[in-house]
Design a protein. Structure first.
Length: 321
């Protein structure tokens, strides 16, 4: 079975680990979000691609959900001693090596998709990981700064990591997405997929950014295979992080049903909500999307594997319908 998954960082990566456990024989292609990418200290950092690569490759800091295990921060301390910022983005020594190799290869002319493949040669994530695009796309957020009352557009990482989404996101813009082309292999993988899954990743700044690359949304809608998603919103709040802030920016309430409607029946055939949101099933089905309520907390690998199995079961139900 060929499965395509559109993934952000932590939610995507933990789900993928469950999917590998649930379906060890599957041929999995991951289309990764690159809207979070940022240049720091002259290096290209791809947080979501790396979270997937490290998680599936056994190098992730499990408690944190991002960054390397056994990490040290000498380089960051030395940079801070020079007053070289930003200090709010936590890059560890081991992690730096990834960004150095990536930047070196990009400077030599390799596209990001080839660089990602090369990095995965080391990590062997067991999936084919492709960035959504080789073109530069950067998510920006419009905010009003609380101190000055000044309206500013800032990089997503500054909004998420430095400000911790403490102010309202007035707009979320994937800058460059309109001109971006899907990376080589993305449209082919979608066209050849048997099932397409949206893990419980952020619907706006992870899955939404991938869908903003012209051609990807259309290819998924036209694939003619089951498309099933899992809600990142449980009990009317994100399980982790501040997804409610970016959902508000696009006018979507933080409920499992509203997120399903936001994707819409043109894209989604099936949607899983958590058992605490069982009352949302009716509303999602009324929107033309087959819906089931099952446990959606990835408390451990087995729980994530059961979620993945439920998603595949729903996909088969949709296919047979
Ligand atoms: P990021 O790029 O690291 O922010 O990760 P993603 O976009 O892939 O996933 C973030 C989303 O995952 C958040 O909106 C969380 O609500 C969701 N999430 C994290 N853990 C869980 C979980 O155990 N269950 C569910 N249903 N969602 C989760
Ligand atoms: Ca992310």
């Amino acid at each position: 079975m060929r499965i395509v998954v559109l993934a952000g960082g932590i939610g995507g990566a933990r789900f993928l680990r469950g999917l590998q456990r649930a379906s060890p024989e599957a041929d999995i292609t991951v289309i990764g979000n690159t809207g979070d990418d940022i240049h720091l200290f002259g290096l290209k950092v791809c947080p979501d691609l790396d979270t997937v690569m490290y998680t599936l490759g056994g190098g992730i800091n499990e408690e944190q959900g991002w960054g390397r295990t056994d990490e040290t921060f000498h380089l960051k301390e030395e940079l801070a001693a020079y007053g070289a910022g930003p200090e709010w983005f936590g890059l560890g020594d081991r992690d730096f090596a990834t960004h150095i190799v990536r930047t070196q290869m990009l400077s030599a002319g390799y596209p990001l998709s080839a660089v990602t493949e090369a990095l995965c040669d080391r990590w062997k994530p067991g999936v084919r990981l492709i960035p959504m695009s080789d073109d530069r796309v950067e998510t920006h957020v419009a905010v009003t700064l609380p101190d000055s009352g000044e309206r500013r557009v800032i990089h997503f990482q500054e909004y998420w990591v430095r400000l911790r989404a403490s102010v309202a996101a007035e707009a979320v813009v994937p800058v460059g997405a309109e001109q971006a082309k899907p990376a080589p292999g993305v449209l082919e993988a979608i066209a050849e997929a048997d099932v397409i899954l949206f893990p419980p990743s952020n619907p706006v700044v992870s899955v939404g950014t991938i869908l903003a690359v012209p051609g990807i949304r259309e290819a998924i809608a036209d694939a003619g295979v089951p498309v099933v998603g899992l809600s990142p919103i449980v009990g009317d709040a994100p399980v982790r992080g501040m997804a409610d802030k970016v959902l508000a920016a696009v006018g979507v309430e933080s409920t499992a049903a509203a997120v399903a409607e936001h994707y819409g029946s043109g894209l989604l055939d099936g949607w899983l909500v958590d058992t605490v949101d069982a009352s949302a099933v009716e509303r999602v089905e009324a929107a033309g999307i087959r819906c089931r309520a099952v446990p959606l907390m990835m408390s451990d690998l087995d729980a994530a594997a059961r979620m993945a199995q439920e998603a595949l079961t729903l996909a088969e139900e949709v296919r047979g319908a």
